[in-house]
Design a protein around this ligand. Structure first.
Ligand code: G16
Length: 543
């Protein structure tokens, strides 16, 4: 096997964002683009000689070709073994599990998550460290630095590895081990949850609809929900992963999971509805006629996790990303649990999980997870919900309403303004940063501001500091507005405005969230002067 050293030059813009490097697929397909970034990963982690890595992804367009390039580059740089999901498929939580259980030196996940796939859509590459979690900022910083000084990369001249058949194949001195992407993960789920109880509930007539959105969770959900738990064949919809996700956005929210919304709002709706995203780490939960917001889902799971065998001894603590609603905090307070507030990005939970400070964590962006892996986990969230429903005998809607009655309701919504020109978004944030200096005491839309800041996170485990993680405006009586720019988009800037208001009124369960948040929405526009800076009066997405 000949090893080629190819001369190259730094390519601008290879800075990993909230979750790895995400760009247009054609950008990744351009000469040297993928290769430069992979070499920068190798350089950023001190090389891969003698190391074992995991490789897989959500199966989106260009994944098979990218996987072969990465294998040839791993072989050229002396890697000992790469464990690859059959067909280069691995959900993000399954990859995290393999990285951990096989005690590897990390792994590469090929995914742009919920972003659409195809030659004119998005592609992404993410490196996860040996704990199974997304690389922390110091590692991504070193990778980015390497992209700026690269002069050459190494790649082996070799035939494509056969990723369709299970077993070990040689690529020079390196072993390519092709594994079943589902089996280990499904076994792990069976250890965490009371499958007998869930099976009993399903056998008693409980109906499930899981929309895999033509993305990677299809085979996982089929195996777990249909084969192991006995849900009726066809309970998992859109179960075959496609390179373009069937032309849709594999984003489990009321807008993109339209098919599921319709099924769950029909007269004969199943008892439980769920969806996951491109790479299987996000989740959406529904009851008949009811969408459970991710922030509420996190709070309900934290309040009831002890009903599942894995969490029967209680939780060490919990965490949420800063923009996620404080519904979780209400649970933590009552249950006397430590509750941490981290910046957006799953990587910030890693230290807290590794140090045993938290057991369960989540984000408003439809991600929930626990210490079983170091990624958020869509199917895990679905199974924890099912376990709780089986153990309480309640339905989704009853459980949610009982939760609000006990803990109060945090009305919550995220408004996204997409494709804003970068300079306009920056100008808006510059003005906002100045404005919040003396905003306390002023009123907007009839609501008084009591505090405001630009969120800084001090990691309690390693002391690292992350600044400028979002602007928070706190109002009297529990209202809150948060502004930040997305770190996962590929075109222009996406402004995210997170809106929250608290209510323990008896009729809180009957109110529409957008309606209940009208003060916060008006205040958010007035404070940031969104229309003045961007020309936008309405968001593109209300999540
Ligand atoms: C990623 C991160 C999440 C984050 C989300 C949104 O999710 O892993 O931690 O909450 O992006 O980030 P942003 O607001 O910066 O766009 P995923 O599912 O896309 O990997």
């Amino acid at each position: 096997m000949e090893i080629l050293t190819i001369e190259t030059q730094p390519i601008d813009g290879q800075k990993p964002g909230t979750s790895g490097l995400r760009k247009k697929t054609r950008t990744f397909m351009a000469p040297h683009y993928l290769e430069n970034f992979i070499q920068a990963i190798w350089d950023g982690i001190g090389g891969v000689a003698g190391k074992t890595l995991v490789l897989g992804g959500d199966g989106r367009y260009f994944s098979p070709q990218a996987a072969q390039v990465i294998l040839r580059m791993a072989a050229a740089s002396g890697a000992k073994r790469v464990i690859v999901g059959q067909g280069a498929l691995l959900s993000t939580p399954a990859a995290s599990n393999l990285i951990r259980t096989r005690k590897t030196d990390g792994g590469i996940i090929l995914s742009a998550s919920h972003n659409p796939g195809g030659i004119d859509e998005d592609f992404g590459v993410k490196f996860n460290t040996p704990n199974g979690g997304p690389a922390a900022e110091d590692v991504t910083g070193r990778i980015f630095a390497a992209t700026k000084t690269i002069t050459a990369y190494k790649i082996a001249e070799a035939q494509d590895a056969d990723l369709s058949s299970l077993g070990e194949h040689a690529m020079g001195d390196m072993v390519v081990e092709v594994v079943d992407p589902v089996a280990d993960y499904a076994d792990l789920m069976e250890q965490l949850f009371d499958f007998d109880a869930i099976r009993g509930m399903i056998a008693g007539g409980f109906r499930i609809c899981f929309d895999a959105m033509h993305a990677v969770t299809g085979p996982y959900a089929k195996e777990v929900l249909e084969n192991r738990l006995g849900a009726k064949a066809g309970s998992v919809k859109n179960a075959i992963p496609k390179p373009d996700f069937g032309g849709g956005h594999p984003d489990p929210n009321p807008i993109w999971a339209k098919e599921l919304m319709e099924i769950m709002h029909a007269d004969d709706a199943p008892d439980f509805g769920a969806a996951s995203d491109g790479d299987g780490d996000r989740n959406m939960i529904m009851g008949p006629g009811t969408y459970v917001s991710p922030s509420d889902s996190l709070a309900v799971l934290a309040a009831n996790a002890h009903r599942a065998p894995a969490y029967a001894n209680g939780l060490a603590g919990v965490a949420r990303s800063m923009p996620t609603s404080r519904a979780l905090d209400a649970v933590a307070e009552k249950k006397k649990l430590d509750c941490y507030e981290t910046p957006t990005g799953w990587k910030f939970f890693g230290n807290l999980l590794d140090a045993g400070k938290i057991t369960l964590c989540g984000e408003e962006s439809a991600g929930t997870g626990s210490n079983h892996v170091r990624e958020k986990d869509g199917l895990w969230a679905v199974l924890l919900w099912l376990n709780i429903l089986a153990s309480t005998g309640k339905g989704v809607v009853e459980l949610l309403h009982d939760h609000w009655a006990e803990y109060g309701r945090n009305f919550y919504s995220r408004h996204d303004f997409e494709g804003i020109e970068n300079d306009k978004a920056d100008a808006m944030f510059d003005a906002l940063t100045l404005k919040i200096e003396d905003i306390a005491g002023e009123s907007f839309a009839g609501r008084k501001v009591i505090a405001a800041d630009d969120f800084t996170y001090h990691d309690p485990v390693d002391g690292s500091v992350a600044e400028h993680q979002g602007i928070r405006i706190m109002f009297e009586n529990g209202g809150r507005v948060v502004y930040r720019l997305s770190g996962t988009g590929t075109v222009g800037a996406t402004l995210r405005v997170y809106l929250e208001d608290v209510s323990d009124a008896a009729d809180a369960k009957d109110r529409d969230a957008q309606d209940a948040l009208s003060d916060m929405i008006a205040a958010a526009h007035e404070i940031a002067r969104i229309e003045h800076h961007t020309g936008r009066t309405e968001p593109d997405v209300r999540a």
